[in-house]
Design a protein around this ligand. Structure first.
Ligand SMILES: *[C@@H]1O[C@H](CO)[C@@H](O)[C@H](O)[C@H]1NC(C)=O
Ligand SMILES: *[C@@H]1O[C@H](CO)[C@@H](O)[C@H](O)[C@H]1NC(C)=O
Length: 260
């Protein structure tokens, strides 16, 4: 690896290590309908409704992190022991939520909010509207589903490509995305357009592979998707990769006690 790449990876690592989000106390509210979240800032659109059984969340800017926090999973439990179980529920971030005072970290789909309740207590919990919660970031697990890329409709074959990253497993951030023709090492950078959408108007010809810089452990590494897009990629199509991210980024914070 060239020296400049090492320095680059080090910079990525140090900026990633600045976040510490283990077991945070905050508040959560809910959206009356999950369709509100499906048009979220991350850009998943209606595909979000199939992610985590519709357990979706809009998160504060400090968690959304200009789109880098999209697709991250959080375990959230409510602190009201009369109404809530101790495991809580796992949600995936699909939207940005702004709150002038930064007191409510998450606005959940009502399905996710109800899932924090003890059996039979979900209506009572919903009636509270807003609750004290404790949350921590956890790995995302998509059983039987590899990482996939959706070619956005407004892509213009063969020069301009915008892809949406779907089903991102593990507990990492995608820091950079490069694209290359399969079998060639001439990686071309893409840039985050918004949320989980990355684009470039310098797309190589032929079948395409991608590599992501992701944080992993206390370090960063490249994750190679191998071939995902065929030579004649088509806007609107979801292309499954043959691989999935399982890495866990560590942040040096004291982990919270395991939740039962
Ligand atoms: C809320 O969080 C944002 C982003 O982290 C920050 O810029 C802003 O100053 C915060 N506002 C308050 C009132 O703390
Ligand atoms: C991608 O995987 C999903 C789930 O396994 C499957 O339903 C879908 O048909 C696959 N897409 C393609 C283009 O093969």
């Amino acid at each position: 690896m060239a020296l400049f790449q090492l320095c680059f990876m080090f910079l990525l690592f140090t900026s990633a290590a600045a976040t510490c989000n283990q077991c945070v106390l905050s508040k959560a509210a809910f959206f009356a309908s999950s369709s509100g979240l499906s048009s979220g800032a991350c850009g998943y659109g209606s595909l979000a409704l199939n992610m985590y059984a519709g357990h979706l969340a809009a998160a504060l800017p400090s968690i959304y992190r200009a789109g880098a926090g999209c697709g991250a999973c959080y375990q959230i439990r409510c602190k009201n022991s009369a109404l809530c179980g101790t495991t809580g529920t796992t949600v995936v971030v699909t939207d940005l939520h702004t709150d002038k005072t930064n007191t409510t970290s998450f606005v959940l789909s009502s399905r996710a909010f109800r899932a924090m309740a003890l059996p039979g207590k979900d209506k009572q919990l919903l009636s509270l509207g807003i609750v004290d919660v404790e949350y921590k970031r956890v790995p995302c697990v998509y059983k039987g589903q590899n990482l996939a890329l959706r070619v956005e409709e407004y892509s213009k074959f063969p020069y301009y490509l915008a892809v949406k990253i779907l089903y991102q497993g593990g507990q990492t951030d995608i820091l950079t995305v490069d694209v290359a023709q399969v079998g060639q090492g001439n990686w071309k950078p893409m840039k985050r357009n918004y949320g989980v959408v990355w684009d470039s108007n310098q797309i190589p010809t032929g079948p395409l592979q991608f590599r992501f810089a992701i944080n992993s452990g206390f370090d960063a590494r490249y994750f190679n998707t191998y071939q995902v897009l065929p030579k004649n990629w088509v806007p609107g199509v979801i292309y499954n990769s043959t691989v999935q991210i399982n890495d866990i980024a560590l942040d040096g914070c004291t982990p919270c006690k395991p939740w039962t």
